[in-house]
Design a protein around this ligand. Structure first.
Ligand SMILES: NC(=O)c1ccc[n+]([C@@H]2O[C@H](COP(=O)([O-])OP(=O)(O)OC[C@H]3O[C@@H](n4cnc5c(N)ncnc54)[C@H](OP(=O)(O)O)[C@@H]3O)[C@@H](O)[C@H]2O)c1
Length: 330
């Protein structure tokens, strides 16, 4: 094993080009850590948001205080990974060298190797099969599961509208809402219609030819993974007692979540993703059982990290973007 590795290094907030591939010393696991040789990572909309720090004014200062004022506190982005345990600290019992694993951690996965505490969010995989997809189910999956189930309190038989049904969160929301027993309507562009139906949506609306806010149908839950229109615009298609779940931070929707409480029994909430092992296990079981399918749009090599970020930043991808770690020297 070489003493150095390659990683996508985040130098400062800015456009995709602030990301450069550099060599770093191979991390060494502490007695309670494992060293994972990462085969596949991902580039998500969260990575794009962190790198650009392009957030609404209301959230700008809290984000900078949390993540670093001029430069991020973490120099390597990437929150999902799949790979192989190559060495372990002397106290580690949960994993052994040779284990194939996938996992979720806030930062550090856009690198050829990474260390993690043995109690980090990880799962052993039975085989090397589906290595790429196993790195790509948790970002959208955790967000969709926790937002629909915990915040939206989605119940079987309810009607849910998924706006942005063709993206990372949307493709998972369609599948998970179906698993929770809901009737699912997806909103996406024409080119993604067949995919969204194949993922289990009962109906699909092409947003270019139909305005869902003018429909005479109502929905118990609206899962908005786009955020290009205010939540208030969809209020008339939200059923009595309905829940509007926004994934995008917006000062306008924040005010609406307060105002709407005064004169209606419909509620606006912001979505969330608080990764934990229990929900990761649920998602991983669903993935291994073939109940959820993480959609792979493109896989970029690590050396093209800036291109991967530019592509994700378009806001038009289909499902997920993977990052292949280009292990060539070891
Ligand atoms: N709150 C949280 O914890 C949390 C967690 C994860 C993500 N997020 C946020 O959630 C949002 C979605 O994330 P993501 O990773 O799913 O994004 P994504 O993968 O880029 O997906 C966005 C999807 O929206 C579709 N779209 C664009 N305009 C649309 C429109 N007018 N109507 C319907 N669909 C439209 C795009 O394709 P088409 O136009 O071709 O259909 C694309 O498939 C981002 O703003 C992200 O920052 C928040």
């Amino acid at each position: 094993m070489a003493g150095h590795m390659k990683a996508a290094i985040f130098t400062k907030y800015g456009p995709p080009q602030v990301l450069v591939v550099q060599e770093r010393a191979m991390p060494v696991p502490s007695p309670t850590e494992v060293l994972v040789k990462v085969h596949c990572g991902s580039v998500t909309t969260a990575d794009v948001l962190l790198r650009s720090n392009d957030v609404p004014w209301l959230f700008w200062l809290p984000m900078r205080l949390m993540l670093g004022f001029f430069k991020m506190k973490h120099e390597i982005l990437g929150n999902e990974f799949a790979g192989e345990v190559v060495s372990i600290g002397k106290s580690v019992t949960r994993f052994k060298p040779g284990d194939i694993v996938c996992g979720r951690a806030s930062f550090g996965s856009n690198a050829q190797y990474r260390t993690l505490g043995e109690n980090s969010i990880m799962r052993k995989l039975p085989t090397l099969d589906h290595m790429t997809k196993s790195a790509l189910f948790s970002f959208g999956g955790m967000t969709a599961l926790q937002t629909l189930r915990d915040i939206g309190n989605l119940r079987g038989g309810e009607r849910v509208l998924v706006i942005g049904a063709g993206g990372a969160c949307g493709t998972m929301a369609v599948q998970i809402a179906g698993l929770l027993g809901a009737h699912v309507t997806g909103v996406c562009s024409k080119g993604k219609k067949e995919l969204v139906l194949a993922l289990g949506a009962d109906e699909v609306i092409d947003y270019a030819s139909e305005d869902y806010t003018l429909s005479d149908r109502t929905y118990d839950v609206i899962f908005d993974a786009v955020g290009n229109r205010p939540a208030s615009a969809s209020w008339q298609v939200l059923a009595e007692g309905g829940r509007y779940l926004s994934l995008s931070l917006s000062a306008r929707d924040f005010l609406w979540s307060l105002i709407s409480k005064l004169n209606s029994n419909k509620r606006h909430y912001f979505g969330t993703s608080k990764p934990n092992q229990t929900d990761y296990d649920i998602l991983c079981d669903w993935f291994l059982d073939g109940k959820i399918n993480p959609i792979v749009d493109k896989v970029f090599p690590l050396s093209q990290i800036a291109r991967a970020h530019s592509y994700v930043q378009t806001g038009r991808k289909t499902g997920n973007v993977g990052l292949e770690m280009e292990h060539t020297h070891d």
